[in-house]
Design a protein around this ligand. Structure first.
Ligand SMILES: O=C(O)CCC(=O)C(=O)O
Length: 277
């Protein structure tokens, strides 16, 4: 067992809070940029507003500050401990929860494209909780307070194999995670969680940057979204972080270079027919 208390807390309770990951200056920049993106995109077709506020997607392409979400070692050490050295990002989202937003139902992640998607009859209503398939990461850009829409979760629920208890109101033991701006909440995607009702005065701002094992289907296929300059700035780890190295080969294996996630140079002409490139 790891001696790291954050890793131990994720193992035992399903979550941990990393303090002071972003500085005051970085927070100012991230808040300004998130609000700019949301204002720019509001009204565009497919704009992802919901009854809680708004979402913004693929933020790594939209302001340099958001590239920090895969560059903080304190976080990467925890992510790679659970998901392996080739862990991949499953989305780089921003979320604005507005005052007056109702509480979000408790849910686990990975139920649309990931490991907790409704199972086969033979699963008999159970999900696989023996291993960690993904972690969700919530960057508090404003203070998270109980009445102000803080994320609530049910410690230990990441170990429950049954699916039947999702959305059953308010189970005992749930906790609103109060956290100052700059902290980062990390939790197993199997843990029940959801945003609390927002009864405060100011929007609650967050970045939501889930990670998956490289072989788990992500929420967003960032390998098709990431801009080339963003990928280049991510350095040698970028190909794994954005899932380029885990794309299934569309060529014969001997034509494929797994380290780049692309065909070998002599087969590069095949790429032009691939709708993903
Ligand atoms: O915004 C929050 O507090 C929770 C977000 C959430 O439930 C999710 O990303 O799955």
């Amino acid at each position: 067992m790891s001696a790291d208390p954050h890793i131990q807390q994720i193992e035992l309770q399903g979550y941990t809070l990393l303090p002071a990951v972003l500085s005051g200056e970085e927070l100012d920049e991230a808040r300004t940029e998130l609000q700019r993106v949301v204002a720019d995109e509001r009204g565009q077709p497919g704009y992802p507003a919901d009854s809680y506020g708004a979402w913004a997607y693929n933020l790594m392409n939209k302001a340099r500050i958001f590239e920090q979400v895969y560059q903080r070692l304190a976080l990467l050490d925890v992510v790679r401990h659970f998901l392996g050295p080739d862990a991949q990002l499953s989305g780089v989202m921003g979320r604005v929860v507005l005052p007056g937003a109702p509480s979000q139902s408790l849910h686990c992640d990975g139920s649309l494209t990931g490991p907790f998607r409704a199972g086969a009859a033979a699963d008999d209503g159970r999900r696989c909780v023996s291993h960690v398939f993904g972690l969700n990461v919530i960057w508090c850009l404003t203070d998270f307070t109980g009445p102000g829409g803080a994320t609530r979760l049910v410690p230990g629920s990441h170990r429950l194999a049954t699916r039947e208890i999702y959305n059953r109101g308010n189970p005992p033991g749930q906790l609103a995670i109060e956290a100052p701006a700059g902290s980062v909440l990390v939790f197993n995607i199997a843990l029940w969680h959801g945003a609390s009702a927002h009864q405060g005065d100011h929007p609650r701002l967050a970045l939501i940057t889930p990670w998956r094992r490289s072989w788990v289907r992500p929420e967003v296929d960032l390998s098709r979204m990431v801009h080339p300059d963003v990928l280049e700035r991510a350095g040698p780890a970028g190909a794994a972080v954005f899932g380029l190295t885990s794309r299934p080969p569309y060529t014969e294996r001997w034509q494929w270079d797994p380290s780049s996630g692309r065909p070998k140079p002599e087969w590069s002409h095949l790429e032009k027919d691939d709708p993903r490139t």
